[in-house]
Design a protein around this ligand. Structure first.
Ligand code: CTP
Ligand code: MG
Length: 231
């Protein structure tokens, strides 16, 4: 049985607005995406695929080959070039894998991921074939109309905020992505949605994540991540 972590690092980080893409920015002395690679290295996952843009391929190859030799990131098996949207990057990675039983798809921009959450995901995906890390919503969430007036208040007790990793039986998610790539993907924001569209009856399990497992999106998030890492 072989399972893969897919670490996505092919985004441009437009909302961060920094010169270097956010996943490569320095975070307390290390490039931000190293934190996710460390968590996967220390987890029960067998292999890791890193997805980056063509622009950063040489940088990733150079830095990761050094760390692979040093055994810091011994699990990194391949560096794949991503695509325009997140789903293109995921699809490119899935196409590069042939021998996987399970894949754990993770945003490289989530540095606070831990080996425990990864291992929990691995246990759950083996039971349920599909699971996503998430946390219960803390704020009241309302639905609004186009003029920004409230339509209604949603029942918070059933609302969860999605995080990553999102984990799947490889064959299942590869088929779902294959089918999705033939249709309109503009509304797709996570991997679970690809499976929801492919098979609306499929039961995707939620795995308890951590409020600290934030996605670094804007500069405030970077400041928060720095604080979390110090504590
Ligand atoms: N990602 C990717 N390929 C893309 C877009 C995103 O691999 N074409 C990755 C990002 O690098 C990040 C994760 O998917 O690790 C989540 O995406 P997001 O936070 O939206 O990152 P960016 O797309 O880089 O940021 P922005 O949307 O602000 O441009
Ligand atoms: Mg994006």
């Amino acid at each position: 049985m072989k399972n893969y972590g897919i670490v996505l690092a092919a985004g441009k980080g437009k909302r961060m607005g920094s010169k270097i893409s956010k996943q490569f920015l320095d975070l307390n002395g290390k490039p931000l995406f190293f934190y996710a690679l460390e968590a996967f290295e220390n987890s029960d996952v067998d292999s890791v695929i890193v997805v980056c843009s063509a622009e950063y391929k040489d940088y990733c190859e150079n830095v990761l080959s050094i760390y692979k030799e040093e055994k810091t990131f011994s699990k990194v098996e391949k560096i794949v070039v991503g695509g325009t949207e997140r789903y293109n990057s995921v699809y490119n990675a899935l196409k590069e894998i042939s021998d996987a039983d399970y894949v754990l798809i993770h945003d490289g921009a989530r540095p606070m991921i831990t080996k425990d959450i990864i291992n929990r995901s691995l246990t759950e995906v083996k039971k349920h074939k599909a699971c996503v890390v998430a946390v219960p919503v803390k704020d009241t969430i309302k639905e609004a109309n186009e003029e920004d007036y409230i339509n209604k208040t949603l029942d918070r007790s059933s609302l969860w905020q999605m995080q990553t990793p999102q984990s799947f039986e490889y064959k299942l998610i590869a088929q779902a992505y294959e089918s999705a790539m033939k249709s309109d993907l503009s509304a797709i924001t996570d991997d679970a949605m690809v499976l929801e569209e492919y098979d609306p009856s499929f039961k995707i399990k939620l795995v308890m994540g951590d409020y600290k497992n934030l996605k670094v999106t804007t500069s405030e998030d970077l400041e928060i991540a720095k604080v979390f890492l110090k504590s």
